[in-house]
Design a protein around this ligand. Structure first.
Ligand code: C2O
Ligand code: CU
Length: 462
C-alpha cells in the first residue's frame, strides 16, 4: 500500500460515503466539533436565491458558544472548507497555543484535517470566534460566531439577553457572495465594504419585547471593514462593557461607533410604548436605517428600572508606573492617498508599484510583511506603551492579541480596557498594557484587507 500522509488519508476518508458509517477510533468522539464547511443560507429577501456561504456548523453566524466565567471551551475544529483555516477566539486572554493564528501559533489546518482547541476563560463578557487564515476571504464568505462568557457572579438582572452579530456582505444581484476578495482597490482604500447588512444573518432581524423591559444587547461588528455608527430609538440606557471588558461606570447611551471586531454590551430599557416598535439604527451615507427591530407587545412593568451599577470587573492586571514603562513607536503608513513610496518586503526595499503587485500596500514601521524578529520583546509582567501614529488617509481598527489595553490620554489618564482601538486618519494614540501573557501575539489592523496588505506585526512576551 502506498504511504499516505494523514491529510491525504483524511481527504480519502471524507471522499468515501462509507466512511461516515464507521465508528470513530479516536478518544475524541465525546469532544464537540466546530465544523467549517460550505452551506446555503437565506441572507437576502425571499425573491432572491439562497446564498452559498462558508459557515461554522452550517449556519450564519455559527452557533453561539456560551459558558460560565472560569469554564473551559473544548472544540475539535474540523476543516471541511476547500482551503486551509484556523479558529481565533477574539478577545480571549488565552494560552498562546490556542490563539489560532495560522503561521504564528499553529500551522493552518488543511482541508480534511482537524485541530483541538481547548482553553479556559478567565474573563466574562462578549467575545467572538473567526478564522485567522485568509480571513479577508473566509470572513467575507460568512465564517464567524459569538463566544459569550457569563459573569461568575454579579450579572445584571435583565428581561432579555441577545447577541447581535452585525455583518456586512458584498453580494451580486443574484445574492451570491462577490468573489473579488483580492481587489487591490479595496486593499488600498477602506477595505471590502459590502452592500448588504445583516444582524445574525438576517437582513430584517427582529425580536418581540415588552414595554419597560430591560435588555442586554451584545453587539459585535463581524464585518471585514465597515465601521458602524449606531443609534437607538425607543431604547434608552447605557453602554456597560467594551470589547468584553466592563466599564468602571455605565456610560449613557448616545450614538456609538463600532469598528470591525469591536463589541459593546448595552443595558437598555424599552421606552417605546406597547404597540410601537423600538429600533437599533445604523447611520449610513444615505440616512438612518433599521438594523434590528423590537416590536413592543405588552408591558414588563409600569415604570423603568433603576440605573444599573457597573458589571463586575475582570481580573486584568493593573498597569505599572507609566514613566518607567518600555515605550515603542508604531508608524502606520501606506494606502491610497498616502505618502508612502516604498517599504521593506522579504528583506528588500520595494517601491509601491512592486509592492502592490504582491498584494502589499501598507506598512508598519516601514515593513510591509511580518519580520522574523518581534516588534517588541517584553519581559513577562512588564508594562508596555505603544505610541501609534496613523499616517494614512484611512481609519484603522488596531487589535492586540492575548491582552487588553488602555488608551493613555495626553494628560496620562487611562481610557477603558479594549482589544481593538479605532484610529482616525492622521490620529495618534498611545496604548498601555501589562504584557503578562506569553509568548507570541499579533498586533494588526482588523480591517482584514489592511492586515493582509501589510498592517500586521507581532510581539513576544518572554
Ligand atoms: Cu479578530 Cu487577529 O483577530
Ligand atoms: Cu486598517
Amino acid at each position: 500500500m502506498p504511504t499516505m500522509t494523514r491529510r491525504q488519508f483524511n481527504r480519502a476518508l471524507l471522499g468515501s460515503a462509507a466512511a461516515f458509517a464507521l465508528p470513530r477510533m479516536t478518544p475524541a468522539e465525546t469532544t464537540p466539533t466546530l465544523v467549517a464547511g460550505q452551506a446555503r443560507v437565506r441572507l437576502a429577501p425571499g425573491d432572491y436565491p439562497e446564498t452559498e456561504v462558508w459557515a461554522y456548523g452550517g449556519t450564519v453566524p455559527g452557533a453561539t458558544i456560551r459558558l460560565p466565567q472560569g469554564g473551559r471551551v473544548t472544540r475539535r475544529f474540523v476543516n471541511e472548507l476547500p482551503q486551509a483555516s484556523s479558529v481565533h477566539w477574539h478577545g480571549i486572554r488565552i494560552e498562546n497555543a490556542m490563539d489560532g493564528v495560522a503561521g504564528l501559533t499553529q500551522a493552518a489546518v488543511e482541508p480534511g484535517d482537524d485541530f483541538l482547541y481547548d482553553f479556559t476563560v478567565r474573563d466574562a463578557g462578549t467575545y467572538w470566534y473567526h478564522p485567522h487564515n485568509r480571513s479577508w476571504e473566509q470572513m467575507a464568505r460568512g465564517l464567524s460566531g459569538a463566544l459569550i462568557v457569563d459573569e461568575a457572579e454579579g450579572a445584571p438582572d435583565v428581561d432579555m439577553d441577545e447577541v447581535l452579530l452585525i455583518d456586512d456582505w458584498r453580494m451580486t444581484d443574484r445574492a451570491e457572495i462577490a468573489e473579488d476578495f483580492g481587489a487591490i482597490h479595496d486593499w488600498a482604500h477602506a477595505g471590502r465594504i459590502g452592500n448588504w447588512i445583516t444582524v445574525n444573518g438576517d437582513g430584517a432581524w427582529s425580536r418581540e419585547v415588552q414595554a419597560k423591559a430591560r435588555l442586554r444587547l451584545r453587539l459585535v461588528n463581524t464585518a471585514n471593514a465597515r465601521i458602524f455608527s449606531l443609534g437607538a430609538k425607543g431604547l434608552e440606557g447605557w453602554a456597560v462593557a467594551l470589547d468584553g471588558m466592563p466599564l468602571d461606570k455605565p456610560e449613557p447611551l448616545d450614538r456609538l461607533t463600532l469598528a470591525p471586531a469591536q463589541r459593546v454590551d448595552l443595558l437598555v430599557d424599552v421606552t417605546a410604548d406597547d404597540g410601537d416598535e423600538a429600533l437599533l439604527v445604523s447611520s449610513e451615507r444615505d440616512g438612518d436605517y433599521a438594523l434590528a427591530a423590537f416590536p413592543v407587545r405588552g408591558a414588563a412593568r409600569t415604570a423603568r428600572l433603576a440605573e444599573p451599577g457597573p458589571l463586575p470587573p475582570n481580573p486584568v492586571a493593573t498597569l505599572g508606573p507609566l514613566n518607567d514603562a518600555r515605550r515603542a513607536e508604531l508608524l502606520m503608513e501606506g494606502g491610497a492617498m498616502g505618502g508612502m513610496r516604498s517599504a521593506m518586503m522579504g528583506g528588500q526595499m520595494m517601491d509601491m508599484r512592486d509592492m502592490a503587485a504582491a498584494g502589499k500596500v501598507w506598512a508598519f514601521n516601514g515593513m510591509a510583511d511580518m519580520d522574523e524578529t518581534p516588534f517588541i520583546e517584553a519581559d513577562r509582567g512588564e508594562t508596555i506603551r505603544i505610541a501609534m501614529t496613523n499616517d494614512t488617509a484611512w481609519p484603522h481598527a488596531m487589535h492586540l492579541h492575548g491582552h487588553h489595553f488602555h488608551r493613555v490620554a495626553e494628560d496620562g489618564s487611562l481610557g477603558p480596557l479594549r482589544d481593538t482601538l479605532l484610529m482616525d486618519r492622521g490620529e495618534t494614540a498611545e496604548i498601555a498594557f501589562v504584557a503578562d501573557n506569553p509568548v507570541d501575539w499579533l498586533l494588526h489592523c482588523h480591517m482584514l484587507e489592511h492586515s493582509a496588505g501589510g498592517m500586521m506585526t507581532w510581539l513576544r512576551v518572554a
